[in-house]
Design a protein around this ligand. Structure first.
Ligand code: G6P
Length: 472
């Protein structure tokens, strides 16, 4: 049976993970033979060309070190100051320094040189996320003929945002070197297909030739990622979660909790969220003292100026809401800049009357799934969800909002807080059924089945593949 080789920038570590990717993929290799390959988290002047192989919590993990300069150009530079903001349609926050592309390619080539000797001919290679778009090209140039799949965890950009990215045509050509490219949502496949169908010129002007990329060997499909909602249901009733619930109940008394949990990232719409909460309190004086907002926001990528700035903005906005509404014996909100483990989060999700998941743009957003999984079926909370998260395609029964419209979000918050128990149960029942249909195990097995149809699979998934476009 073929082995599965998962490749991602970050490899699974110990301790709480701030982002969804590590949480979701940990499980894949628990059931299948293979290994995980990625960056060790270490920077050295003279990295070994060979990967170190270690056992981390029962997983075989092969890792390489990077030089400080290469890592800066590849991670903080090209990946997170160019690709991340552009793919999230925040060109205003992009820093276009095209020389970072060389470091990005160098690191992808270094990954390929260290990975190639570890590959057997029938290994299936599954590459994750925007840091590693060129990896298939680099592996194939070293002679690898394996089946290779790529999964994009973040949204795919519209054509004009894509054209703002230096070397975008090469990146699209890199995607054509995979056998299968998976995306989170229908909208992402549609954006990709639009580019692939039109292959528009990369710059304007009569003398510019159209980009000409052959996608005939690449299948593109949406595979919306999920969580393990039943595991969250169990976790939310565990002793660690119950301890968190008791601690919080002592502080909250009968105030209802409005909860946000996000990496501190400008794509998450945190200032808009706080503004919406401020409007809720301003428009509905009766709600003051009956609600409390908790925003958990562990810092992320804080070597990048735009990430420091979003932290400063949020500090100022939370201070403003406190100054405007707090009283000696009542605080409208708490803002916590640190990461919590899954059991504590499950407890917070279960306690919350409202889960506020309002990114300005997001690949999927697994917090929405985890919130749903953690609810008490007898007394569930309400999910207020951005319609620009991939999760909006999965969860039509959430209260969906335009996160840029803080009046609308404030009104959705009011509706959520006033929602009768029957309606909460009904909506949650539908959300939980959707979270179960889109669970992480079926996500992985359906991607791997599609990548390697002959492969024996633990389960044949009947889950929805929402959209399939063979781009020829
Ligand atoms: C998002 C990305 C992941 C990334 C995670 C955490 O979920 O899709 O690829 O690992 O954020 O970000 P970081 O930069 O800390 O790895």
């Amino acid at each position: 049976m073929s082995r599965i080789v998962i490749v991602s920038n970050r490899t699974p570590g110990k301790g709480p993970a701030a982002g969804g990717l590590a949480v979701a993929l940990r499980k894949v290799l628990a059931d299948q033979e293979g290994f995980w390959f990625g960056w060790s988290g270490k920077l050295t002047d003279d990295p070994s060309p060979e990967a170190r192989i270690e056992d981390i919590d029962g997983l075989s993990v092969a890792q390489i070190d990077l030089t400080r300069d290469d890592h800066h150009a590849y991670y903080a530079g090209f990946s997170n100051s160019i690709l991340w903001p552009s793919f999230h349609l925040r060109l205003d926050l992009a820093t276009i320094e095209s020389h970072w592309y060389e470091g990005y390619r160098r690191v992808n080539a270094q990954f390929a040189r260290a990975l190639k000797p570890l590959l057997k001919p029938d290994d299936i290679v599954w590459v994750h996320d925007y840091h590693l778009i060129p990896l298939a090209t680099e592996l194939r140039s070293l002679g690898a003929r394996n089946r290779m799949g790529f999964y994009l965890h973040i949204p795919f950009p519209t054509a004009d945002a894509l054209y703002a990215i230096p070397h975008h045509a090469e990146l699209m050509r890199d995607l054509s070197r995979y056998d299968l490219v998976g995306m989170q949502a229908n909208r992402d496949v549609a954006a990709f297909t639009e580019f692939a169908d039109h292959q528009a010129p990369s710059t304007f002007g009569a003398t510019q030739a159209a980009v000409d990329i052959d996608f005939s060997g690449t299948e593109i499909a949406a595979f919306p990622i999920g969580s393990d909602p039943d595991a969250f249901a169990r976790l939310a009733a565990s002793p660690a979660a119950t301890k968190m619930i008791h601690r919080m109940r002592r502080v909250l008394a009968d105030q209802r909790l409005v909860l946000g949990v996000d990496r501190l990232d400008y794509s998450k719409g945190l200032p808009q969220r706080v503004e919406a909460y401020e409007k809720l309190l301003a428009n509905n004086p009766r709600l003051r003292r009956t609600v409390h907002m908790l925003q958990v926001a562990p810092p992320s990528r804080d070597s990048i100026k735009e990430y420091q700035e979003i932290g400063d903005t949020l500090d100022a906005m939370c201070g403003r809401v406190m100054g405007r509404f707090a009283e000696p014996d009542w605080q409208p909100l708490t803002y916590v800049k640190r990461a919590y483990g899954q059991p504590s989060l499950a407890g917070l999700y279960r306690l919350a009357r409202v889960g506020l998941v309002t990114p300005l743009r997001d690949g999927m957003n697994l917090v929405a799934h985890e919130f749903v999984g953690s609810q008490d079926p007898q007394d569930p909370g309400v999910l207020v969800l951005s319609r620009f998260a991939g999760a909006a395609e999965i969860f039509p029964e959430a209260l969906q909002v335009n996160p840029f419209d803080t009046d609308e979000t404030a009104e959705a918050l009011r509706m959520a807080l006033d929602m009768p128990l029957d309606e909460r149960r009904e909506r949650w029942g539908a959300l939980m059924a959707a979270a179960r249909r889109h669970n992480v195990d079926d996500w992985a097995s359906s991607f791997l089945q599609r990548l390697s149809p002959g492969m024996a699979s633990p389960k044949t998934s009947k889950r929805d593949i929402l959209y399939l476009a063979s781009v020829a």
